[in-house]
Design a protein around this ligand. Sequence first.
Ligand code: MN
Ligand code: MG
Length: 648
Amino acid sequence: MSQINNLLTNYSPSLTRRALLQAAALVPAAAALADTAPVIRLRLLETSDLHSFVEDYDYFRDEQDETVGLTKVATLAAAARAEAPNAMLFDNGDIIQGTPLADYVALPGNFPADGVHPTIRAMNTMGYDAATLGNHEFNYGLDLLNKTLTGAKFPFCSANYLHADGSPCLPPTLLLEREFTAEDGGKHKLKIGVIGFLPPQITHWDRDHLGGQIHTHDIVEAAQAYLPALRAQADLVIALSHSGISAAPRQGGEENASLYLAQVPGIDVIFTGHSHRSFPGPDYAGMDGVDAIRGTLHGVPAVMPGFWGGELGQIDLTLTRSDGKWVVSDFTCATLPICQRQDRDVVSLAADNAAVDAAVAPEHQKTLAWIRQPIGQLTRPVNSYLALVNGADSSLALVNAAQTWYATPLLPPSVQGLPVLSAAAPFKEGYQSPENYVDLPAGGIAIRDVADLYSYPNTVAALRVNGATLREWLERSAGIFSRIAPNNPAPQALLRPRVPSYIFDVIAGVTYEFDLTQPNRYGAHGLQHPTAHRVLNLCYQGAPVADDQEFVVVTNNYRADSGGIVHNPADVVLHAPDKTQDVITRYILAQRQLSVATPEIWRFAPLGNPVTAVFESAPEAAKALLPLGIVSQGDAGDGYTRYALQLS
Ligand code: MN
Ligand code: MG
């Protein structure tokens, strides 16, 4: 009994049932072989959601970016290996999509002549032991994926990625033999079992590419099917789960199933991913079954190493030989970041890796040339000078058109047939400086211009809303405007000071008016003037919108998940896997010629009296404002120009 107590006191305070069982299993061997039982320290390293961020480069901004890149992670991995007597390296999927480099390689005729995808070529320099697939591996179709897999010098496995006849497309599991050095210098051959999983939703998200050809299984059911045989052969079992961590009640078929997976017997370590977060870490604090400090899911050691090559996952295991078996007798879990933020500065914690840089250099250079050349043609200028003052803004029209084009085919059957609207807010709207506007001339539009149109790394989402909610949503947008006194002959400010433009969602597909004589219905902390209504004449196809009329609104993950006064989060009908920037890029590549229709979505309601409303904008805004009769009133300081808009 005292031996059990000794073992227990050596454990962390967050002792779990699983650890207790392992400790109990250790006791007979510990008693008999206290001096001779070999101990192996094994370091397991994970990358996940690399998304072809190989170089430390932002191709949208066309500049260095110290916060991303496998080239940095490779340096951390090499250092982590150098410290450890035994180490293995795994990747958890979402490898071949997510940067313009990946898009470039996927274009017809651009796959490298050596037959190796540049991201895989870079990974081949790092000595990966095994990998699994993520959902984004299918974004360019199966031909490109299969070509990519043949170039890897490491094996892939996936237990729930199947041909239409139910046979696995890849080995569901792997059994890797590795010789490790114990603490006493002895050599031991261990069999490392690896099993991989992807979100079963791939057949929906990429049905254009996969329709009919590919089937998927529930992650937990696939684990139950394959784990007993793998466990029987392996000394250690590692799950590569391209799936996040959710504590929602299990229903089957979950996208984020890693926590349920941890309850399937037979797994020693879970590498997670897909959610682009860090685990262990505060994002998962307080979740049932999760130790967000030590890094366990139902007692199983687990990590999630962020995204885009920003972090390396690291699990250090102590393996003890006991009763003829290797047992995990202790562990630590961590994620190692490639940089640290100090105030507004980014401090790099890892140098570039020369081998990775060399491996990707040819395609990196070709991608730089590609992002700087047109991928489509604008038949008219697109800028954001009108975004806050006129309902026919071209920059928002382009974003909204791309969102609708992308999301409509992905909507679930439950909302099919409902009108599809799209919401976008201006991000580059002179908030930081008078240069901070979208200003694209007619003619070629390049990939690096996409960051002007959409500067945040949001993903696309869609909500089911009724007419009443739609009206409240627009009441929030109306908070950008000052209250106008219609009888005051003096010039009045149009915009409230220091209100960020990203609150001003413009919803394409309906039309509406703003009554500026009314106070703001919503303040920064919610409903402020419950009887006030600034949104008038909300119409769909020219007819008034009824409170119970239903719509789908395409928006971004941030708006969809923020909840609060706009909508009920349960109304989210689509959490798309793609970044809005990628969606705009795909839209331009698909359209080639972009005419960007700008119907007037909103206008100011009549005031009954002439009023001069003034606002500040860029000097260059004159070219867009003057044709609308909005005239310059001269310098407003700090590089801004004051403009006057006549309301009546
Ligand atoms: Mn991902
Ligand atoms: Mg570099």
